[in-house]
Structures are given as structure tokens and as C-alpha cells.
Design a protein around this ligand. Sequence first.
Ligand code: COA
Length: 332
Amino acid sequence: MAGTGITICGMGSYLPDNFVDNNAYAQIVDTSDEWIRPRTGIVTRPIANGETTWRMGAAAGRRALERAGVDPKEVDLILVTSVTPDFLTPSMSCVIQQELGCPDAMCIDANCACTGFVYGLDMARRYLYSGDVDTVLLISTEMLSRITNYADRSTCVLFGDGAGAAVVRRGEGLYGAHLGADGTGYGLMFCRLPLPASPFTHNPPQPDEIYGRPEPDEQLVMAGHEVYKFAVKAMPQAVEKACAKAGLAPSELKWVVPHQANIRIIQTAMKNLGLPMEQAWVSIDHTGNMSSATIPIALDEMVQAGALQRGDKVVMVGFGAGLTYGAAVIEW
Ligand code: COA
């Protein structure tokens, strides 16, 4: 009988080997390991050192294909999620397509912030069930160091760089997803491109005021406390709704793979779900927040650690700029 689920046939990831610990941040801003570690759960994080966003994505994608035993020529769709692409155009999926040798793949980039992998998984499933797509290569790749303001201690300590990828096909297990967004919170976390200034622009727009100051160009700005309050509500709600759509109670989940933004957010979300912390996969101590790449990197770690058994019910749950949120339940 045909199923309605998905199978993740192979996972891959790429982390730069340039790990930067909390003490190194104390050299550039007024902070300390004693402040960062208990409030965020972060100890160290990789920062790109010669990599580009698409090259990290291609490396993760290549590993996922190898582990899945899938020939790049079999890929019908490359879907890349990122908030930190190398180009506004072309899409990174096109650049990765030529690098990996997937000539028959259509190419889409999507920006759903830190919820990108979860949104991407749901988009992949919809393409897979549309009839003419059998194999999707989903890649989430991020270089947060590109947009981080290293003079702002309340944000710069949080972010890392890396990529995760999954080869996705139709499968027989259960599936349920709940995705959403609250655009009224767009100003709580954003990074604006430079304002237009052509030789024919006589009346250029001025940056909006944000938190009493003009919006900066190309730097991430965040109201951490407000985002925190949003996340601890949105995450458990998304998991409960995704579980309901899959016909499952949260208590039947084996694993929660949360977006790795702050250990305290993960702890509160698990408490609100009534699940023990042992069921949450935590990698934030050595990755920091890599936006959409954190969930597939965590999932890849779980696979490599042998933590996932066939039939395990796993939920991936994220939140991020937008404000977006979403959860997807799959059967491993
Ligand atoms: N080192 C030392 N002090 C710091 C600091 C740092 N790295 N960052 C902030 N502080 C200071 C602040 O300046 C403030 O000082 P003040 O009281 O003298 O003004 C104090 O610590 C408290 O700041 P606050 O922002 O209220 O701290 P917090 O407990 O909310 O923790 C975050 C800050 C960013 C760790 C937390 O809000 C958070 O994780 N939010 C979610 C952000 C997130 O997940 N974003 C990504 C979503 S995808």
C-alpha cells in the first residue's frame, strides 16, 4: 500500500574546523564564559575560515548522497534553505547542482529563517507526492558570521556556521507537519540589505528606526528577550499540532530534534510538552545557533551516533525570524 510519509535515505553535514570558544569572545566584547554558558548552553561554535555558504552546503549534500547510496544524477529537486546566501542571484541550489553533478534537478532556494529545514522537508514531501519528483536533496547551509555584528555582545556570542543535508524520498511511515508564521514580529530579528541608491534615485528611502536607532545595513539585529518568549510558546504548540495531524500523542515520540538557539528555550519547551530532556537532542554546546542548518546537523549527529532506530517517531521543531515556526513528525 502506498504510504504518505517520507524516508530520509541519507544525512550529511559540514562544520568548519575553526572552533571559537567563549573565552575568545571575551577578548572582543565585554562578556565571559560564566555569562554565556549558563544562559545559552553554548561552549564553542565553528566559524567559517575560508568556506563559502554554498561550498559548505555542497559538502554536506555530497555526504548525504554518498551515505544514501544515491547517484547525483538521480536527484530531481535540490532545495536549499538559507538566510546567509553567497549570491542574491543565482540561487545557491543552481551553484550546488553543477558542483555535485545533478543535471536533471530543478533548483529552488527558500528563506524561512531558522525554520528552513522543517519548511523544506514539508515542501520536499509535497513535491514527492506531486508525481514527477522521486528524489529530493534538501540542504540547509548558513554562514551567520557573514551578518553578525561582532560589537554586539547580546547577539555575536550566539551564532555559528555550518551545513546539513538530507536525501528525501517517499516512504510508508506516518507524517504530520504544522508550519506557520507571525509577520507582526518581523522587526524582532532581521538583517536588511543596503538601501537602493542608483544614479537615477533622487529621493532615496531612509532606514526605518528600530529600537530607537536607524536600521543598520547587512547586520543581524535581534530583540533576544522577545524572541525567547515567542519560542517557548511556539515550539510546543507546533509539536502538538504536528503530532495531532500525524495521529500521535507527544508521549509517543522517541526524539525531539529542536532548533538549537538556547538550551533554556529547549528545556522550557520540553517541560511544556511534558517530555523529559533526555528525549531532546542537544548539540548547541558545540554548534551554537546556525539558523536552518542546526536541525539537520543535529539529525546527522544522531544517525552517526546510532541513536535512531527504524520506526522511531521523531519530531523536528524550529522557530526563527519572520517570525516563523514549524514542526514535522516523521517515522524513522
Ligand atoms: N555577556 C554579558 N552580558 C550580556 C551578554 C553577554 N554576551 N549579552 C547580554 N548581556 C547583558 C545585557 O546587556 C543585559 O545587561 P543590563 O541588564 O545591564 O542591560 C543583561 O545581560 C540581560 O540581558 P538580556 O538580553 O535580558 O538577557 P537574557 O537573559 O534575555 O539572555 C539571550 C539574552 C540573547 C541569551 C536570550 O534572550 C536568548 O537566547 N533569546 C533568544 C534568542 C534567539 O534564540 N535567537 C535566535 C532565534 S532563531
